[in-house]
Design a protein around this ligand. Structure first.
Ligand code: PLP
Length: 304
């Protein structure tokens, strides 16, 4: 399988800022958003071993799940097309009268869309065996690539940098697959910080902790923060939007409102409140997702 992305484009962008100078904290941003215009960010890493597996098992294609503006679906659709695999996207809810830009785009990459009622989709675990029976020649990639193979792919993100030079590695967390991969790759003395984009309780046994913990070599190896979801998954406030616009203006860093905008906001707040000791060196993973900003009304962001 040839690699569709260009990982040499994943530059490390240092951020200089009065706050960071004053707190003696350094931040570098790993620009995974630049590796491909469509198969962007962390999605390629989470997908690559699933794709390999589908090809090895001689499957006809990949079946996976996503929402109307899913970064995962669009990346999967094009990666499959380029690997000569068919693809099916399962979407929760009724087919809307007008498809989102993202769903139109996945169809351009020959992904077949199937809409499943919310009642049925409520229990993803239950529908998977049913779908597998219906589509025996398709390899099923769970929502967000969340599986051990997804974690192993995500762990390779750490190899794109001089990872040992950082005290902390920070990323956004949806399913926690990327977070688990970075925890898996981290050195024992490093801490991986996850900023939850979901509104979930800060609980030892929540979905993120349950998934990520087995990959940690010690309890301090990762920390998840839950106060930066801005109302919940794919929710936003004017404060977040204006933070994203000023981040772009000041640092030439475009962010998405679902994940990376919240990541940067959260990390900045942690710096302001002295979570990081002076001398800390942070790597922030820009995990892509900019295509999702198309769901915002025109003019919301000063960039796109
Ligand atoms: C999918 C996605 C995430 C979440 O990754 P998980 O592995 O599900 O936690 C984070 N950032 C961006 C931009 C994404 O598209």
């Amino acid at each position: 399988m040839t690699q569709p992305v260009d990982i040499t484009k994943a530059v490390v962008q240092p951020v200089s800022d009065e706050l960071l100078y004053r707190k003696n904290v350094a931040i570098d941003v790993l620009r995974l958003d630049l590796i491909h215009p469509v198969i962007s960010g962390n999605k390629w890493f989470k997908l690559k071993y699933h794709l390999q597996e589908a090809l090895q098992q001689n499957k006809k294609g990949i079946l996976t799940f996503g929402g109307a503006w899913s970064n995962h679906l669009v990346a999967t659709a094009l990666a499959c097309a380029q690997a000569n695999l068919a693809s099916i996207g399962i979407i929760r809810g009724e087919r809307p009268a007008v498809l989102s830009d993202t769903l139109q785009e996945v169809q351009d990459y020959a992904m077949q869309l199937r809409f499943i009622s919310r009642d049925k989709y409520a229990n993803e675990a239950a529908i998977i065996p049913e779908l597998q029976d219906m589509f025996t020649d398709y390899y099923i990639v769970p929502q967000g690539g969340q599986s051990h193979l997804g974690v192993l792919g995500a762990a390779e993100i750490a190899r794109l940098t001089q990872i040992e030079s950082y005290s902390h590695i920070c990323c956004a967390a949806g399913t926690g697959t990327m977070l688990a991969g970075l925890v898996h790759a981290a050195l024992p003395q490093q801490q991986v910080i996850g900023i939850s984009s979901l509104k979930i309780p800060d609980d030892e046994n929540n979905s993120l902790n349950s998934f990520v913990r087995p990959y940690a070599s010690n309890p301090k190896q990762y920390a998840i923060f839950y106060d930066y979801h801005f109302g919940g998954y794919a929710r936003k406030t004017d404060e977040l939007i204006s933070f994203m616009n000023s981040t772009y203006q000041q640092h030439e860093l475009p962010t998405d409102f679902v994940y990376t905008g919240k990541l940067l906001f959260g990390v900045k707040h942690l710096v302001q409140t002295d979570y990081f000791q002076p001398g800390s060196r942070l790597l922030l993973v820009h995990s892509g997702g900019l295509q999702g900003n198309r769901s915002l009304p025109a003019g919301t962001l000063t960039y796109l």
